[in-house]
Every structure is written in C-alpha cells, then in structure tokens.
Unconditional design. Sequence first.
Length: 120
Amino acid sequence: MNFTIEAITPADDAEICQIIKEPLNKSPSAPFGTQKDICELKKLFLLPQARGKGIGRALSIKCLSFAQAQGFKGCYLDTLENMTSAISHYEALGFKHLDAPLDGTEHSGCDVWMLKTFNE
C-alpha cells in the first residue's frame, strides 16, 4: 500500500491525530502543570482495514519528529492495559512505562502511562 503523510493543520480532524503544539501547561485542552518541555500524543486511531500496514507507525514517527522539531524534550501518552497492540507499538517507538501518570493528566480512566524522551 502506498500512502503519503502530510503535516497536520488546524483544518484537519483533531480527533484523529493530535500533537499539542504549545507547552502543555499553557494549552487549554491538556494542561500538564509545570511540564513545559513535554508534549502529549493524543488519540491515534486507525480503522481496522488500515491496521497492520505501517500507517500507524509512520503517523507516530511523523508526530514525534514534529514534536522534537518544536523543541519538546519528550512525549507522554496514556492508554489502557487491554490495548496490547498499541502498547507494543509504543514500546517499539521507544516509549518507556511510568509507574504513575504525570501530574496534570486528565484521563483518570487510563491505567498505562508512558514517556518517550528525545535524544538531543
């Protein structure tokens, strides 16, 4: 399957794939207290027919590259323990498990918290 990944713009559906562009403590949608250098990877969903083709990996890498280029030192996410494929995907991208959510996390229902730090 051939596909092209383009930059996400404000006109795109933010529910599909979103990287917070502002430091999270200033963003009204996902405040993170004093974590000024950490962004959050939010809501990466693929339709079943799009899974297993490398699209999710390519989208994730594009989002993470964008975040690093914006000056963030790391990227946080939270998910559910039963989302084993997603967790494996995030681990393969270099996300490490945290023992607890970062301060300011809005999703109290999630039970897996992960952080990827970017190499300088």
